[in-house]
Design a protein around this ligand. Sequence first.
Ligand code: PEP
Ligand code: MG
Length: 369
Amino acid sequence: APALGDNFRTLLAWADAARDIGVRANADTPEDARKAQMFEAEGIGLCRTEHMFFAEDRLLAMREMIFADDAVDRRSILDRIGPMLRRDFVELFGIMKGRPVTIRLFDLPLHEFLPQNREGLRELAEALDLPLSDVTRRAEALTEFNPMLGMRGVRLGLTVPEIYDTQARAIFEAVVEVAREGATVVPEIMIPLVSAKREVEIVKARVDAVAAAVRIERGVDFDYRLGVMVETPRAALRAGEIAPHSAFLSFGTNDLTQMTYGLSRDDAGRFMSQYVAQGVYDEDPFHVLDADGVGELLMLGAERGRRTNPGITLSICGEHGGNPESIAFCRDARFDYVSCSPFRVPVARLAAAHLAIAERGAERPPRMY
Ligand code: PEP
Ligand code: MG
């Protein structure tokens, strides 16, 4: 990606001086994180960790894990992936130079790790040294009718807890490693697809236990923040119960829109323009945050969350985070920051400044010469 020009950087610096809402970037890979730095995002608001498990050297181990008989087997297989994850986090923290990084725990249906055709199943059976019939049966058992509403996010986290344990350990070990080089990182660990307080309590207890174990093993103290992704309508409704267990709430409006409207986020584009043309919706709700649907859930969740945890950090990390009208909405709701794809960060910084200046009245920009 090209570097920002000097004049544009100056303009963005003025924008930063004027705006009153933070801007972070969604970044999953070191390459994205470098872009986030280049566009001067204040941190990473969403790191989707799934890709770390798809890397060539880990895929087979993940598949082995899926076929493992019990927790002990799963644990030992995942322990092989752990050090690789740790290296990824060390790299990410290094690039972000102490800026906040929100790491979203694994959020994919497990069957996405299985081959989709007969040839793939045969190769996998060979690699794992298992009968083809076993592999086929297991793959079928994992197939869901509606994976987007199935064993995803925290539901998988509670069903195969070794995955989150492994991730938490890798994150904490990376924190300890960068601390040895003098850098302090306070990772923000985010639980996806929550719909009940109890899910948060269970994950929190396990992550706390991993943190305690790493502190003792390494003889180093460190902090971390645990938060919740609000992306089911029930999580927004129950935010008042969830917030006391949560340092932050980040609204994932991609899933929240899908579930509020009952509209597939991957397919709605096919007919949305007709819907808008006929006046069913004012705009595509996946593009602009609506005040009378998803937006109302955001307001309600924010208000309920603040009531039981006044210091809670609030943000949005769905695609809406980079949309100026949606940023206006988040600013009105007094969110702490928006998180959007790296390339939208400059627009978000300008849009946020525009809103603040419009409210306060025009000011002269500082002289640059
Ligand atoms: C969301 O659902 O809004 C979100 C940011 O998560 P993902 O897009 O990974 O489902
Ligand atoms: Mg989501």
